[in-house]
Design a binder for this molecule. Structure first.
Ligand code: ZN
Length: 244
């Protein structure tokens, strides 16, 4: 799918076409700061799925197609609000600084290998999911890259997704391009591009540093301008280029 198609299909739910051109708003103004930071109540669909409507409908189509080919797509994680991300962040921060005795900045670097700073997660948007195959037996942590590789329990589903997910609008976010910075390879994390592309465009207009300065979760006192700037460039923007 081409970016042009996304813009066309997501332009303020088609309403923009009915308005005279001079009052047509940019398509990104649809999303509030609270919504982009996971602090707003948004309508989510599907029990245990929790995606925005269009993403939910497309997910069901993809699930059905995968099922027909012998894979049972199971959602491990979907929408997560700011406060849930804040709890995850603080649990890890306490574990690394107090239990493991790490310096705060080292702890923060370690957290952001896999977890986002609250208010910056794509899981705040109702467009992104972490998925596995529900059929194979697997013990311990399921979101482990090796389990999606040759010989792993989710190898078959991963190959199926490589072949098919984009037909349903779902794209891998943190791919295995060795030149990519930011979050490590996450073969389980998919994003519904027709909504998440305009949401990311809106997110880029926010002053993330200023917004995070207002927060008081553990570790925020160590956020510097340079750190946040690099974090935005690497962890938010250095993703699969098809999602930019
Ligand atoms: Zn994820």
């Amino acid at each position: 799918m081409k970016r042009r198609t996304f813009i066309k299909t997501t332009s303020i739910s088609g309403m923009a076409c009915a308005l005279p051109p001079f009052i047509m708003l940019p398509f990104t103004t649809d999303y509030t700061t609270d919504e982009l930071m996971g602090k707003a109540d948004v309508d989510l669909f599907g029990e245990g799925i929790n995606l925005r409507k269009e993403a939910y409908e497309s997910f069901l189509e993809m699930k059905k197609a995968a099922y027909a080919d012998g894979y049972d797509i199971k959602i491990v994680s979907s929408f997560r609000d700011f406060y849930r991300q804040e709890a995850i962040w603080e649990r890890k921060y306490i574990q690394y600084t107090e239990d493991d005795g790490m310096a705060p900045l080292d702890a923060i670097d370690k957290i952001i290998e896999y977890s986002t700073i609250p208010g910056t997660s794509r899981h705040h948007w109702g467009t992104d999911i972490d998925i596995i195959d529900g059929y194979p037996k697997s013990s311990g942590d399921v979101l482990v890259a090796e389990k999606f590789e040759a010989g792993g329990p989710y190898e078959g589903l991963k190959l199926w997704l490589d072949e098919n997910s984009e037909k349903f609008g779902f794209y891998l976010v943190y791919n295995n391009d060795p030149r990519r910075r930011g979050f490590k390879y996450e073969p389980w994390h998919y994003s519904y591009a027709p909504i998440s592309i305009p949401m990311l465009a809106a997110y880029r207009r926010l002053n993330v540093l200023r917004l995070l300065e207002k927060e008081e979760f553990l570790g925020t006192e160590y956020f510097t301008t340079g750190f946040i700037k690099t974090y935005v460039e690497d962890n938010i923007l250095d993703i699969n280029p098809k999602l930019l």
